[in-house]
Design a protein around this ligand. Structure first.
Ligand code: ADP
Ligand code: 5GP
Length: 207
């Protein structure tokens, strides 16, 4: 489970979308949200847009792995698709806030890799939110105000990327995921075990 968080506008959607289009065996967890669809967003591609009643029912039924209220709207991660993808050996990428990250860490401990994206400066963050041109000025102000609360949690994460140059940041993110895949952990030690066993057998056959 690869969690990517940042203050709104720092670039996590841009980076996560590029990762899933370029890297094998990665899929994006598509969240549900009660916020309104932006003009460039598609149902099922960016989010599943649902109403409050449906969201509350999903919580009651235990269908969400985590959930949080962000900027006055509810967001949550549907459980089944994530678990199916993990069973299939995929790395699931989550674009979620610090509250969701903390819930997933509690429940899935050593299976979590978490990365925090920082903007190079406050001025650049504001100009990216304006450049994105998907939110009203009021909404942009609200998101800038909340940036402070999100940034406060940077040191709960495993890695930090300062997203100044996009290509450089993308390469850093990709490198982190590749390195993590090669780390000896509970999830990959069975495969390594098997490889070592075969290697040992081959070696003993040559002695
Ligand atoms: P977030 O998902 O964190 O809210 P986005 O990925 O939507 O942020 O990025 C906000 C805006 O900033 C978008 O218009 C995106 O194209 C732009 N952007 C992202 N990263 C960079 C970067 N390194 N340099 C310049 N613009 C960027
Ligand atoms: P946006 O409205 O800009 O798409 O997202 C606003 C914030 O909500 C971002 O910080 C994003 O990471 C977070 N978010 C999106 N989906 C989820 C989710 O399923 N759970 C949680 N906890 N946060 C989410």
């Amino acid at each position: 489970m690869v969690i990517i968080s940042s203050p709104s506008g720092a670039g996590k959607t841009t980076l996560t979308r590029k990762i899933i289009s370029d890297m094998d065996d990665t899929v994006l967890s598509i969240s549900v949200t009660t916020r309104k669809k932006r003009p460039n967003e598609e149902e099922g591609l960016h989010y599943y847009f649902i109403n409050e009643d449906t969201f509350n029912q999903m919580v009651v039924d235990g269908n969400l792995l985590e959930s949080a209220n962000v900027f006055g709207y509810n967001y949550g991660t549907p459980r089944d698709r994530v678990l199916e993808n993990i069973q299939a050996g995929k790395d699931v990428i989550f674009d979620i806030d610090w509250q969701g990250a903390s819930q997933l860490r509690e429940n899935f401990k050593e299976n979590i890799l978490s990365i925090f994206i920082l903007p190079p400066s406050a001025g650049e963050l504001m100009s990216r939110l304006i450049k994105r041109d998907q939110d009203s000025l009021d909404v942009i102000k609200k998101r800038l105000n909340s940036a402070y609360d999100e940034i406060k949690h940077w040191n709960e994460y495993d890695y930090i990327i300062i997203n100044d140059d996009l290509e450089g940041s993308y390469n850093q993110l990709r490198s982190i995921i590749i390195a993590e895949r090669m780390k000896i952990s509970k999830t990959n030690s069975a495969n390594i075990d098997l490889h070592v066993k075969v290697l040992m057998e081959e070696l003993s056959g040559r002695l």
